[in-house]
Design a protein around this ligand. Sequence first.
Ligand code: HEC
Ligand code: HEC
Ligand code: HEC
Ligand code: HEC
Ligand code: HEC
Length: 187
Amino acid sequence: MHRFDRFARFVLPPGAVGVFAAILGVGWFTRPDRYVRGYAPEQPIPFSHALHAGTLKVPCGYCHSGATRSRVAGVPSVETCMGCHRVTKTDSPAIKTLTALYGSDKPLQWKRIHTLPDHVYFDHRPHVAAGIACQSCHGEVQTMKVVSRQMSMRMGNCLGCHRDPREALPKDSAIRRGPEHCAACHR
Ligand code: HEC
Ligand code: HEC
Ligand code: HEC
Ligand code: HEC
Ligand code: HEC
């Protein structure tokens, strides 16, 4: 057999497969955010932010009061909804489902859209207190019929803003940076 033939038959094909596998592997392990951004699961009740936070202008804090008081913003209880829906749109099938849930004492299982791994520490309070708008991280929620994830949940995104938060802060803010030491977010 010619030396070149041997190369073409026994070295080239496995080599090509190896290169291809390496490309796929790198692609998999550095999975870019485009696969997770835009995540918008179907919710048990078709609740629309575009209607409630947009058209009706109910403030974010009415339903997510936790954002200024605790680490988590929280999602509202059915009780909060019933404040209006005891009388509003009671003929709608979705509101009938809501009312039945309210009567049953079962919690409404909203599907989580934003999640961080357990080893990451995030707190809404310092961000909200610094004057960063919900929209800087979550996008224009008040225009969304279905909430979709607009922010990257990767470390690089947190650090990107912590290194240069000017755009997200009010003009007169004295804050120059967010923390970059590991223990700030990994405690
Ligand atoms: C009338 C109550 C109400 C108001 C007002 C409201 N929300 Fe919500 N929000 C909800 C409910 C209920 C959910 C869970 C269902 C869903 O995802 O649509 C939710 C979910 C979210 C989520 C996704 C949570 C997750 O699982 O990661 C974000 C982000 C959010 N809201 C931000 C906002 C912002 C920003 C505003 C103001 C512009 C706002 N909300 C106003 C009730 C409300
Ligand atoms: C600096 C970015 C940032 C800002 C500003 C911000 N959020 Fe969040 N939000 C996040 C992150 C990150 C998570 C996921 C937290 C987790 O998984 O522990 C989250 C989660 C949520 C959730 C899901 C429930 C929870 O708290 O875990 C809701 C609801 C929410 N945010 C609403 C709001 C509202 C309303 C505001 C404005 C008052 C706001 N967020 C401001 C980054 C932000
Ligand atoms: C501040 C009052 C208020 C609160 C609080 C409120 N809603 Fe509403 N909701 C309304 C109004 C007003 C409408 C629109 C009625 C119409 O179409 O004329 C509406 C419409 C809806 C609809 C659409 C019904 C249909 O079939 O057209 C759903 C679903 C809904 N709300 C769910 C919820 C849920 C879930 C919560 C709690 C997280 C909630 N609402 C909290 C006032 C409220
Ligand atoms: C849009 C800009 C922005 C994004 C995105 C952001 N941060 Fe921050 N973060 C800040 C700023 C600004 C501060 C400093 C606030 C201050 O000094 O009062 C801060 C402070 C913090 C602190 C310090 C809180 C304390 O108690 O001292 C933690 C922890 C933190 N961020 C975690 C995170 C994590 C985790 C993420 C990503 C999931 C994230 N941040 C995304 C702007 C941001
Ligand atoms: C501003 C917040 C923040 C700071 C500061 C930070 N991290 Fe992270 N880190 C995150 C978030 C959010 C994740 C989870 C998302 C991801 O894996 O990108 C993460 C994930 C990680 C992971 C797991 C990666 C993986 O693929 O699972 C390691 C390891 C890590 N960080 C190490 C560090 C070290 C070392 C430092 C200090 C030099 C540091 N982090 C500082 C926010 C932060």
